[in-house]
Design a binder for this molecule. Structure first.
Ligand code: ZN
Length: 381
């Protein structure tokens, strides 16, 4: 029932177009996976509106289901697809990255996404490290109900089974770009042990497929070691996670280290990255899937993605902009609303403003990907 087929390999780069088949439909790759933190994409979109945005799939964060008995509730309703009326492929991460945010992320003032790069770390934001990692698992206090949780590979798997997504992820230890080699090496050793435990507990898994995650931080030999280790695991897809360096250039370099040995027959997912500036480059490096909270988060705060770059609709001087966000965009918002109207809604703090921009940004990104897939198809990319 699950399948990944590569339909065309570019001759100009490592880019390829492919198709992932799941029990909940197909995903044409390269594909964007919007973040649906708690099961729905933030911004107030119904599943119908999500579909109008041309969204092919979504990813939900397991971390938010570790307490408050949320996973049990979703399981009783028949899983995420039924619970949130979303009948397309769903991914759930392992919880590892959010746990990292509570730990080193909080200590160093590194946020969740985009701030994987330490540039712009605000020293004043430094908080307490609320996390303890041992070979057993990651121990932390729930930020919601104060419960002490030991996130183990077995628990991550059990919760991801309850949620019932099509694709689930192995539990890893996420580091930061500031980690020294000794720390990164130890984290990788623990990660590899956790992978083995996760996989041995997952025997007999039904209707769900697993993604392994290449770790190793900013160190070439560790990345290469991790790539070989994950290649040998019986996983459907391969993700690249963890610290990717201090700049975009570092990130591309990290991907190229991984590319030397990665299994090219399996889908590749770059975790947590997907802004407009890097999109084309990462696809050229052979990335098939990428998730990122940025396009929907900036939408809620007033920023639209356009063919000319980012446009802030929450700014002044837009009262007389009686034109769509992007003249070429065919989304339901650009067909009916002008910049001036959306600017008015933002200034009046109407919820509709963020929702309209979320629909536009998702549609815009999906359209851009359609164009890229066509370019790969016709040999222009
Ligand atoms: Zn639009």
């Amino acid at each position: 029932m699950f399948k990944f087929e590569i339909q065309k390999q570019s001759k100009k780069s490592r880019a390829r177009i492919g198709e992932i088949t799941t029990p909940h439909g197909k995903i044409e790759t390269p594909a964007f996976i919007p973040v649906a933190t708690l099961g729905v994409i933030k911004g107030g979109l119904s599943s119908q509106e999500t579909e109008q945005s041309k969204v092919q799939c979504q990813i939900t964060n397991t971390f938010h289901f570790l307490d408050l008995d949320r996973a049990e509730q979703v399981e009783k309703m028949g899983g995420l697809h039924k619970f949130f009326n979303f009948n397309k492929p769903i991914f759930t991460d392992s919880g590892g990255f959010q746990v990292f945010s509570l730990g080193k992320g909080s200590e160093l003032g590194l946020g969740k996404i985009g701030s994987i790069f330490p540039n712009g770390v605000n020293q004043k934001q430094k908080g307490k490290n609320l996390l303890k990692i041992s070979r057993k698992g990651a121990r932390f206090k729930s930020p919601r109900d104060g419960r002490e949780i030991l996130l183990t590979p077995e628990l991550s798997l059990a919760v991801q089974k309850q949620l019932g997504a099509d694709f689930i992820y192995l539990l890893d230890v996420c580091g930061t770009p500031l980690d020294d080699k000794k720390t990164a090496k130890k984290d990788l050793e623990i990660t590899n042990q956790w992978y083995k435990r996760f996989l041995s507990a997952s025997k007999g898994l039904k209707n769900q497929k697993i993604f392994g995650i290449i770790q190793g931080g900013v160190y070439k030999d560790l990345r290469e070691e991790s790539t070989k280790f994950v290649n040998d695991l019986p996983v459907f897809g391969i993700a690249i996670g963890g610290a990717l360096g201090k700049s975009k250039k570092d990130m591309y370099k990290t991907i190229s280290w991984v590319n030397k040995d990665i299994d090219w027959q399996r889908p590749h997912h770059l975790l947590g990255i997907g802004d407009l500036e890097v999109l084309e480059e990462i696809i050229k490096l052979g990335i098939d899937l990428f998730d990122c909270a940025l396009p929907t988060r900036i939408a809620r705060h007033g920023t639209a993605m356009t063919s000319k770059g980012y446009l802030n609709l929450n700014a002044g001087k837009l009262k007389n902009a009686f034109e769509p966000i992007d003249k070429k965009c065919q989304c339901p918002v650009c067909k009916k609303y002008t910049i001036a109207q959306i600017n008015f809604l933002f200034k009046s703090k109407e919820m509709l403003a963020g929702k309209l921009l979320t629909i536009h940004n998702l549609f815009f990104l999906e359209t851009k990907l359609e164009e890229i897939r066509k370019k790969i198809e016709s040999g222009k990319f």
